[in-house]
Design a protein around this ligand. Structure first.
Ligand SMILES: [Zn+2]
Length: 426
């Protein structure tokens, strides 16, 4: 066992809710106003100079704005940082070909005051773990003669003890629809297992097979994630039938769809990590899609949404990768992200990239060495080799066709987990 420091967020309810909610409301409203001022400023700058200002530029520009002093300076800074991150997320989606992505919106909530999350960094809060209280600083504009902070009495889950964590980095006040709650972002020391082994596995994420795995010894696995396709199809149809895409019903269906997706990602990442433990893997090598901006072939941006019914964008793969990295980390397995460049085009057996090499019905065919392999497995093996080069092929035990027969794992509705195809009932 080894020790490792990781970041964890613990939620806590506020015991003196009635007493502090008005104060938190005004901070949440102030954060929304500052967001809107920032959003409006971005538009202005955009029409003046043709680009969105960076977080640093925006902060420098708005520091003297009246609304900036409604919150503690670090909290205001954080609001503008979130805005900059939202813009970056939007650029990222656009780059990856998501033409339907929208820039960050203004924060409104009917005629009511919107309550944005307020973040308090080191200088903005004071934690008393003995009495389970935390002081949250107000901005100078909202200070009253008798107080410049809000004193919240909090209650964490029984298994969480904030006095034992390494450090509390941030406190966030979050409106959850009917009341405020607190999120403590902490550095925590955890025990991690020693790696189950030293072998490597390559993981290629994609549309047809959500994940393809190529193990060092040559065997491979495919995860088509048909269940997700069926779910997406079902929910998309029901959402399309709603009269109004902003209606409560449409929102509920969209939330349900997203929750089901998260559920599959959790189960699949858990399953893959367990497979890695069984196979004595020390390192998972995974393709980093965020580095791929354009299709290498034709220079056009990738559009994931075009493939079949499945509407998956690069952020979905990013999310899956973080889940996998998190679960692997607990088992002592390292996850390395490598660029996907050329991994779909070269032959994982002889290493050659030739125009004549092609993909036919999901099979990669190499004219040079005669390899015929599942195209996604070939990609996964190329990804794996970026970290651990192959010794096989030149007389090793990888005879021609060694990658041709992957095991296929399907989601089994009955057991709620992934099972090899012959065992799955659905
Ligand atoms: Zn070849």
């Amino acid at each position: 066992m080894a020790k490792q420091v990781v970041t964890r967020t613990y939620t806590a309810s506020i015991r003196n809710q009635q007493r502090v909610s008005d104060d938190l409301d005004s901070l949440g409203f102030a954060a929304s106003k500052l967001w809107n001022v920032g959003r409006w400023t971005c538009n202005r700058v955009w029409s003046e100079i043709g680009r969105i200002p960076s977080h640093a530029e925006l902060t420098a520009y708005l520091k003297s704005h009246e609304r900036y002093d409604d919150l503690h300076s670090q909290s205001s800074q954080r609001v503008l940082q979130e805005l900059a991150e939202a813009f970056n997320g939007w650029y990222g989606k656009r780059r990856n070909g998501d033409t339907r992505a929208n820039p960050p919106k203004y924060r409104k909530h009917g005629d009511e005051h919107p309550r944005s999350t307020v973040t308090f960094k080191a200088a903005g809060f004071k934690l008393d773990t003995q009495y389970e209280r935390v002081r949250l600083s107000k901005g100078s504009n909202l200070k009253e003669y008798w107080s410049d902070f809000i004193l919240c009495e909090y209650k964490t889950r029984p298994d969480v003890d904030l006095s034992t964590v390494e450090s509390v980095q941030q406190v966030r006040a979050v409106w959850i629809g009917d009341e405020w709650e607190l999120h403590f972002v902490c550095k925590v020391e955890i025990e991690v297992s020693d790696a189950p082994g030293e072998k490597t596995v390559g993981v290629d994420l994609g549309i047809n097979n959500f994940a393809a795995l190529a193990y060092e010894d040559g065997h491979s696995e495919l995860y088509p994630l048909n269940c997700l396709k069926q779910d997406d199809y079902y929910f998309s149809k029901r959402i399309a039938r709603c009269d109004d895409s902003d209606s409560d019903q449409a929102t509920r269906l969209t939330q349900k769809k997203s929750a089901r997706r998260t559920h599959y990602f959790h189960i699949l990442s858990k399953h893959i990590v367990q497979r890695c433990v069984d196979e004595r893997i020390g390192t998972i090598v995974i393709g980093d899609l965020s580095g791929v901006r354009e299709d290498e072939e034709n220079g056009e941006s990738r559009n994931w949404g075009k493939h079949g019914n499945l509407d998956l964008h690069s952020w979905a793969f990013d999310r899956f990768t973080s889940m996998l990295a998190y679960k692997a980390g607990v088992e002592g397995i390292t996850v390395e992200r490598v660029s996907e460049r050329d991994t779909s085009k070269s032959c994982s057996c002889c290493g050659r990239t030739r125009k004549a090499n092609r993909v036919e019905r999901g099979l990669y065919v190499c004219d040079d060495c005669g390899t015929v392999a599942n195209a996604d497995v070939n990609g996964a093996e190329n990804i794996r080799q970026k970290v651990s080069p192959s010794l096989a092929c030149d007389g090793g035990d990888r005879s021609n066709g060694w990658l041709a027969q992957p095991s296929v794992y399907l989601f089994d509705q009955e057991s709620g987990c992934f099972a090899p195809r012959e065992q799955a009932t659905s």
